[in-house]
Design a protein around this ligand. Structure first.
Ligand SMILES: Nc1ncnc2c1ncn2[C@@H]1O[C@H](COP(=O)(O)OP(=O)(O)OP(=O)(O)O)[C@@H](O)[C@H]1O
Length: 300
């Protein structure tokens, strides 16, 4: 059976006077890796917890293959909570078998799945250890295994990369890519924007509970930036140019965004007026630059 799409439709949630989510919507298609990014407190965890049914929305809906999420369909979601919900005194293997059985696998299949993920995630030597005795990074590997052990149809992961060493980041990335390639919609939150940019097909940027940008990474980062290296120029030289926004200003090197109708040759003349120009080229912004731009623009 093909995996269903995950649809988040105009979710709103308040905690007293705090608006955590304000009509937030997005969809994650089967086979898509969707990166959910935003500043601290933007509302990512709240949205993910509502998807899982751990928290109720004030309004809006979560759909799975077009149908409202029920208790039965929820068991098909693999979830990695931000607060990491493992049993500290349970051994790694026992824990994974238990969670797999809880999601409906019989004991033999639960053992096979648990052993498979233990091996895949490099936990063989830790399989008989209590979770609380593992390093934080290894606990996180177990948490990922816990999200995957019942072969979920959708993956929802809250900051799965935080605190991982580079090898574990590679393993995590590979697993997420593989699940997406197998047709599973995968959504994860992260503050590591370079990683999100590398991995994701689409991203959603949430700010104060509102989706302020959502789309394909290439499309969102298509507005070009102008890089100008003028070693003799004093800092701030470009700030006086009309219609030009300074994105970054280091000694000798400036990154600019030109407003509509601004002629780049006028910028070149202004740069040459400061002395030699060693570099003058257009480039795409990174996701991190886009994020800063969008978040600043939305009033942060
Ligand atoms: N149980 C709660 N009671 C009151 N306010 C809450 C509660 N949980 C979250 N909030 C508030 O809701 C807003 C959204 O929080 P949320 O944890 O969803 O953000 P986040 O994007 O996941 O942040 P982070 O990147 O720091 O994990 C914040 O203002 C937060 O303080």
């Amino acid at each position: 059976m093909p995996a269903p799409a995950l649809t988040i439709d105009r979710l709103s949630k308040r905690y007293g006077s705090v608006v955590a989510l304000d009509e937030i919507s997005f969809e994650v298609a089967p086979g898509e890796l969707f990166g959910f990014v935003g500043s601290n407190g933007a509302g990512k965890t709240t949205a993910m917890r509502i998807v899982l049914g751990v928290l109720a929305a004030d309004s809006g809906a979560v759909r799975f293959g077009g149908e409202p999420v029920t208790h039965a369909t929820r068991t098909r979601i693999g979830y990695m909570p931000e607060e990491r919900g493992l049993y500290p005194k349970m051994r790694v293997l026992d824990q994974l078998v238990y969670l797999a059985e809880l999601h409906g696998l019989d004991n033999t299949r639960a053992h096979q799945a648990a052993e498979g993920w233990i091996e895949r995630l490099g936990l063989c030597e830790r399989r008989r250890d209590e979770v609380q005795k593992l390093s934080l990074g290894n606990q996180q590997r177990v948490q990922l295994a816990a999200a995957l052990v019942h072969d979920p149809a959708v993956l929802v992961l809250d900051e799965p990369f935080s605190g991982l060493d580079p090898i574990a980041v590679d393993v995590m990335s590979e697993v997420l890519r593989e699940k997406a390639a197998a047709g599973v919609p995968v959504v994860f939150s992260s503050h590591q924007l370079d990683l999100v940019e590398r991995l994701c097909d689409r991203v959603g940027i949430i700010q104060k509970g509102r989706m302020v940008a959502c789309g394909a990474v290439a499309q969102l980062t298509s507005a070009a930036l102008l890089v100008v290296s003028a070693p003799d120029a004093r800092c701030g030289w470009a700030g006086e140019l009309l219609g030009v926004r300074v994105v970054a200003d280091e000694p000798g090197r400036t990154v600019l965004e030109l407003g509509p109708g601004v002629d780049d040759q006028c910028v070149l003349s202004a740069a040459l007026a400061t002395g030699a120009v060693r570099e003058f080229r257009w480039r795409r912004p990174s996701l991190a630059e886009l994020f800063r731009n969008v978040v600043t623009g939305s009033g942060e």
